[in-house]
Design a protein around this ligand. Structure first.
Ligand SMILES: Cc1cc2nc3c(=O)[nH]c(=O)nc-3n(C[C@H](O)[C@H](O)[C@H](O)COP(=O)(O)OP(=O)(O)OC[C@H]3O[C@@H](n4cnc5c(N)ncnc54)[C@H](O)[C@@H]3O)c2cc1C
Length: 610
């Protein structure tokens, strides 16, 4: 066996740690990389029980009244703080513990219901949505998912009631996008009674307000063979521990100014031994599971902001007159409105498809939630920017709120996986399956003949899968063309990947310009699947009595967000599919005929210039 260099081995180990967290039964998104469409994973579109929809509707009605009366987003933005009465009000409404099971004093709501609530909060005040999300989507999520019963009993009731606030602390001065590189260290005391943690955490949302923190630290872990490796472990940290310090509660920033990000320092901080969250050395798995939920709810927040911006843009262009006509009569304005509406519809379709997966405890959602986060964070930024443009000079003025919404939306492209990092992630995780795992592709560098043989064999044996089962089953006649395009393009994606792997082999790992085309093809194909599925739900008869959902009263997308507008939704959704398919076709064709070399050459010239 040829030996790997130390650097290669480290990269390889990190990649394997990440990949090992993927379950065996692959989901819809990963299957697309094989050219397969797993219809049963996107059809029917998730539908919540009527009772759940009703009680969420009731909560949203009370929440909306509270937000209008008590939450002033401009004041929160200007004063850079969320007043205590806002936190208390959210707690009283049950929002801060809505996903916590009732046995621990929470509301026992489904994840989709929580997403609907976050969407509404984000529509009104993004800073407040961030506080709620940092508390419930990520802060207490590891406790909920991996905590022991004793840990849950100790903390969950107070967290659910909003008496204490939670935070999630992964980032450090040297740990950003490379999340596996955690430097904060935890060592077990000699008597085994506690862990001694040293290190610094950065950007921890809510941490200065929090009485409960999920903290990632590096611990020595010995495997069955007696080999000791440093691995990440999750700990419960509370601010009363000796050695805990808030270095700075918050720093002034561009947007979401009411939310606070703390810098923390741990100096020989003693954490009782029973405060390990989940298994020792499985902190990365904890973090990735938590981020699955975080990315889905972050997307719901993006949907809220984008929906509001679209509504504001529509209102403006229908009423503002220039050159003797309303703005909405000009074709370049129509183009923006159409594109905004398509994007918002696809964002919403993706978000509630993913939240449905979480509610059904689907096994393999890592790729789906990453795709959802990427699409929604980029989409909301574009939609809000377009709305501001259509508002012209007035859009730039603070009083209308679009200026704040644009600043607030910017962070979504950085947190919980920056766009570029997530783009490479989606592409590599997807392609990993096709190449029998990154491991094989990486190893093929060291065993060019053997492993390329395995790749070629893979291409032959999987080819039949690539060309069968490539359409969504049982689609309504009206959606057949979209289903057909999805099938054809998914097959082209898989064929392109096999060709790429054969051409680039291990070098594919660093080819981010290729990753971008592959990732955004997969993202838009998955978004098409979500849109088609949601439209199908709107067209399908309800209760088997032949009455269509087109009566404006039914719950077309199954989560209470889809009342009526079937005709408009059909136009918008089908237009999204048409344009998305065109973009995917272009990206896949550009894979093999592009000007990438010139881009890299230009960047190198700039980077090397003195
Ligand atoms: C307002 C706010 C709230 C936050 N809340 C939390 C929180 O609650 N808990 C927590 O743990 N962290 C939190 N963070 C941290 C956040 O998750 C990180 O900022 C994010 O992961 C990016 O890391 P970084 O800032 O170190 O950027 P870097 O890792 O330095 O990356 C900078 C940029 O480089 C590019 N880049 C990086 N790697 C690659 C690559 N492989 N390929 C191509 N391009 C690349 C990307 O454009 C990226 O945006 C928060 C940050 C902010 C600003």
């Amino acid at each position: 066996m040829p030996t790997l260099s130390r650097a290669d081995q480290e990269q390889f180990d990190k990649a394997r740690d990440l990949i090992e967290t993927a379950p065996r039964d692959i989901g819809f998104a990963k299957s697309m990389f094989f050219g397969r469409i797993k219809s049963e994973m996107v059809l029917p579109y998730p539908k919540q029980a009527d009772d759940e929809v009703r009680r969420t509707d009731e909560l949203i009605t009370r929440l909306d009244a509270f937000l209008k009366a008590e939450v002033d987003p401009d004041k929160i933005d200007a004063e850079e703080r969320i007043p205590q009465h806002v936190i208390d009000g959210l707690a009283k409404l049950g929002v801060l513990g809505m996903t916590v099971p009732t046995e621990y004093g929470g509301g026992g709501f489904a994840h989709s219901s929580y997403c609907r609530v976050l969407e509404h909060i984000a529509m009104h005040c993004t800073s407040t949505a961030v506080l709620v999300g940092a508390h419930q989507s990520i802060g207490l999520k590891a406790l909920l998912l991996m905590g022991t019963d004793a840990q849950k009993k100790e903390y969950l009731p107070r967290l659910a009631r909003g008496e204490i606030i939670a935070a999630f602390c992964l980032s450090e001065p040297e740990v950003g996008s490379d999340a596996a590189n955690v430097q904060t260290s935890a060592k077990l005391s000699e008597d085994g009674s506690h862990w001694i943690i040293n290190g610094e955490k950065k950007f921890a949302t809510n941490a200065a307000l929090a009485d409960f923190m999920t903290v990632m630290a590096r611990t020595p872990v010995t495997d069955e063979k007696g080999k000791t490796r440093e691995k990440v472990t999750a700990f419960i940290v509370t601010p009363d521990l000796p050695g805990f310090q808030v270095v700075s509660p918050n720093r002034s920033k561009l947007g979401i100014r009411g939310s606070w990000q703390a810098t923390l320092k741990f100096t020989d901080m003693k954490v009782p031994a029973d405060r390990v969250l989940g298994e020792l050395g499985k902190g990365l798995k904890v973090a990735l599971s938590v981020l699955d939920f975080g990315r889905c709810t972050l997307s719901a927040g993006c949907v809220g902001g984008a929906k509001k911006a679209l509504a504001m843009a529509v209102d403006r262009v229908k009423n503002r007159r220039q050159f003797g006509r309303t703005l909405g009569e000009f074709h370049l304005v129509k183009k923006k409105i159409a594109s905004m509406a398509e994007t918002v519809f696809a964002m919403e379709s993706l978000t509630y498809l993913c939240s449905g997966l979480m509610d059904n405890h689907a096994d393999d959602t890592m790729l789906e939630t990453a795709i959802c986060k990427l699409f929604c964070s980029e989409g909301s930024w574009q939609v809000i920017d377009d709305a501001l443009q259509l508002w012209g000079g007035e859009g730039y003025m603070r009083q209308h709120g679009l200026e704040r919404m644009l600043r607030d939306a910017r962070i979504n492209r950085i947190v919980e996986g920056a766009t570029e990092v997530m783009t490479a992630f989606v592409s590599l995780v997807g392609m990993k399956g096709v190449g029998e795992g990154l491991e094989t592709v990486m190893k093929s560098a060291k065993h060019p003949v053997n492993n390329f043989g395995r790749l070629a064999q893979f291409a032959r044996t999987q080819w039949s899968d690539v060309v069968i089962g490539h359409e969504l089953d049982g689609l309504h006649d009206k959606l057949r063309p979209e289903g057909k395009a999805l099938g054809e393009l998914t097959r082209t994606l898989a064929r392109s990947i096999i060709r790429l792997l054969g051409t680039h082999r291990e070098k594919i790992l660093d080819q981010e310009l290729i990753h971008e085309r592959i990732a955004w093809s997969a993202i838009e194909l998955y978004a098409m699947a979500a849109v088609i599925s949601r439209l199908q739900a709107k067209l399908e008869p309800v209760n088997g009595n032949g009455h269509s959902n087109g009566n404006g009263h039914s719950n077309g997308n199954g989560n209470g967000n889809g009342h009526g507008h079937v005709d408009r939704d059909m136009v918008v959704g089908r237009a999204y599919c048409l344009h998305a398919a065109e973009r995917v076709r272009r990206r896949l064709s550009d894979l093999f005929d592009n000007e990438d070399a010139s881009i890299l050459c230009t960047a190198d010239a700039v980077l090397e210039a003195k």
